[in-house]
Ligand binder design. Structure first.
Ligand SMILES: Nc1ncnc2c1ncn2[C@@H]1O[C@H](COP(=O)(O)OP(=O)(O)OP(=O)(O)O)[C@@H](O)[C@H]1O
Ligand SMILES: O=C(O)c1ccc[n+]([C@@H]2O[C@H](COP(=O)([O-])O)[C@@H](O)[C@H]2O)c1
Length: 216
């Protein structure tokens, strides 16, 4: 079987239990040879990130330190100049891994709902597969997606094993994830001095408190 590399991109400001659950779910569904976490350098659809690149990376290392599957933090988007576009990242990974490898970009339902706003979004399918997980508050039903996204997706839908076997162009959907946590909610809880236990890993919460993050 060809190599399979799954990538989870995000702002991770900070990494929270929803991110870890999403990565764990696809580690189980796809059995990738490698799961890369890719912190965005300059996510162009978000206003300013609050934590520094170094703090976001450190929190990722802590959050995934004890994951029961091999995780690598890929720094390419932080090291690249200019706005962060996933298509650039996936082309770089394709150039690195060759034409046979299965590349799977993971995302939550909120990102699928706006996939047609991403840079060169149709080209993503020429380079990678997509693995989408449910997220509370964001409908995964095809008729609730923007028509262009639904149309692009419909012929590509298949099982995780089929995605694992295909270099690119396939999509699998995991309906079972139901973690109602966002980084926005974590930042707000910390800013207001509310309990953030359960939203982020205890080691990450310690780091946030020790470094006085998300207070102002
Ligand atoms: N609770 C969740 N369930 C499923 N997917 C999630 C969840 N939280 C984040 N994701 C997915 O993880 C990726 C990175 O998300 P991101 O770092 O922007 O976190 P976020 O919680 O959405 O952040 P913010 O609240 O700052 O917008 C995206 O693909 C997003 O859809
Ligand atoms: O390529 C794009 O145009 C694009 C637009 C929006 C989001 N993304 C990617 O989607 C991932 C999740 O984004 P975010 O903003 O929810 O952290 C992250 O890897 C972003 O770089 C990518």
């Amino acid at each position: 079987m060809s190599r399979c590399v799954a990538l989870l991109g995000g702002s991770f400001d900070p990494v929270h239990a929803g991110h870890v659950a999403l990565a764990e779910l696809f580690a189980r569904l796809l059995h990738p040879d490698q799961l890369r976490i890719v912190p965005a350098g300059r996510p162009w659809q978000k206003s300013n990130l609050e934590a520094s690149d170094a703090d976001r990376v450190k929190m990722l290392e802590l959050a995934f330190m004890r994951a029961g599957f091999p995780v690598t933090i890929d720094l390419q988007e932080i090291e690249r100049n200019g706005a962060t576009y996933t298509i650039d990242t996936l082309r770089a990974v394709r150039a690195e891994l060759g034409q046979e490898a299965s590349i799977v970009f993971l995302m939550g339902a909120d990102q699928l709902q706006k996939l047609d706003t991403w840079r060169d979004w149709r080209a993503l399918f020429e380079v990678a597969n997509i693995g989408v997980a449910a997220r509370p508050g964001f409908d995964l039903a095809v008729d609730k997606l923007p028509p262009a996204v639904a149309q692009e997706l419909a012929p590509r839908l298949c099982t995780p094993s089929e995605v694992r076997a295909a270099p690119h162009g396939r999509v699998c959907v995991a309906h079972t994830l139901a973690v109602d946590i966002s980084a926005t909610q974590v930042r707000a809880a910390i800013r207001h001095g509310n309990n953030a236990n359960g939203l982020v890993a205890p080691v990450v919460l310690d780091y946030i408190q020790q470094h006085n993050l998300y207070k102002s």
